[in-house]
Design a protein. Sequence first.
Length: 93
Amino acid sequence: MDSSAPVAVRQAATVLLVRDGAGGLEVHLLRRTRGMPAAGGMTAYPGGGVDERDGDVETAWVGPPPAEWAAVWGCDERLARELVCAAVRETFE
């Protein structure tokens, strides 16, 4: 594989779940399945790519509205909705 070849950008979300532990800050990590094409067997934060269902405007929404996330991230509301939904979905998958 030619490492100088451009790679297509793909929208994705990563989640950092942190808490105060007895010994200090604790971060939730997972081990990726060895058979995965990208970083198989590696330790990672929960997350993954945005998929079609993440943009569904009929999905129940709680919390700051997509417009607020869009303003923080400097993107449009559709992408903000997709990123938040992807982050939530990936956390539970």
